[in-house]
Design a binder for this molecule. Structure first.
Ligand code: ADP
Length: 274
């Protein structure tokens, strides 16, 4: 008798606890969603006036400012640009965490994209003792199917960091075919620099949000979000990313992505829907 009552009591109590836990989880999830929504809205609200500030500061240059005024406008522009990249990172991260970023594959010219990245940075690095090279394995030719916008963002983040943390030497972008299966071509990309490097004990932290690991970090403005976003973008596409580095010698970020070769896709003319 007593035994069975005990069991009955246990069951009721357990059920109650489970219900309370479920309610608590529900409240926590709602709060998380509300926070994400708030961040996303704010980011949009901030972008619009910010774009006006950036646009106007560019226009001010055309109004024949004095040397002193030019200096002020320069500060205005630099600050607005920094705020813009900060907001962009925050918005990107918010979107990713809310599960609102999707992979959009399309046919694109991979080697062309890599050369375009090289050109962009060649211009930026013109006045500095840093060369930028692209090396492709012979099989990285032709059209591929993948999200070229995401690949572009990943490369801009990694090469942007390489440029930020390198005083002199070189930045090398390489791409090679790692494995080729029937429908999937795994391409390994690497961005290597001869910069300040990352201390061994900090290597595990660089892909975490808001982490800035170099002791000279204060010299470089940043959000600490770039690599966290980069990792998410790689993983969203089914890829992986890693880093090797030596303090004072440089860093190499390597990521692998699966693509289809455009010429292996069925010809749409032969498909029934055509
Ligand atoms: P941010 O560049 O905005 O600080 P990231 O997430 O892009 O944020 O990078 C995180 C940190 O990792 C950087 O602050 C820097 O300390 C380190 N780091 C990233 N890339 C490099 C690199 N190529 N060389 C040296 N340190 C790097």
């Amino acid at each position: 008798q007593v035994g069975s009552m005990g069991i009955h009591y246990d069951l009721t109590e357990r059920k109650q606890l489970e219900e309370e836990l479920a309610t608590a989880k529900h409240i926590a999830e709602e709060a998380r969603q509300a926070e994400k929504q708030f961040l996303a809205n704010m980011s949009h609200e901030i972008r619009t006036p910010l774009n006006a500030i950036i646009g106007m500061s560019h226009l001010l240059f055309d109004t024949q400012p004095s040397r002193q005024q030019r200096e002020y406008i320069d500060i205005l522009k630099t600050s607005a640009d920094f705020l813009h990249s900060l907001i962009s990172d925050l918005l990107d991260m918010t979107k990713i965490e809310a599960g609102r970023v999707e992979v959009h594959p399309r046919v694109f010219d991979l080697s062309g994209l890599l050369r375009a990245t090289q050109k962009v940075f060649e211009m930026k690095l013109e006045q500095r003792p840093i060369t930028i090279d692209v090396m492709l394995d012979a099989r990285v030719t032709g059209d591929f199917v993948g999200d070229d916008v995401m690949l572009n963002q990943i490369l801009l983040n990694l090469v942007g960091n390489a440029e930020k943390f390198t005083e002199e030497g070189s930045i090398e972008i390489t791409a090679r075919v790692r494995k080729e299966e029937e429908n999937t071509c795994w391409i390994e990309f690497a961005v290597a620099d001869t910069g300040i490097g990352i201390p061994a004990e900090k290597l595990g932290l660089v892909f975490q949000k808001f982490k800035q690991v170099n002791p000279q970090g204060h010299k470089h403005k940043g959000t600490g979000l770039g690599l966290a976003i980069t990792k998410e973008l790689v993983e969203l596409q089914g890829g992986t990313i890693s880093v090797k580095s030596r303090s004072g010698q440089g860093s190499t970020f390597t990521f692998t992505l699966p693509y289809a070769r455009a010429n292996t896709l069925p010809d749409p003319k032969n498909s029934p829907e055509y």
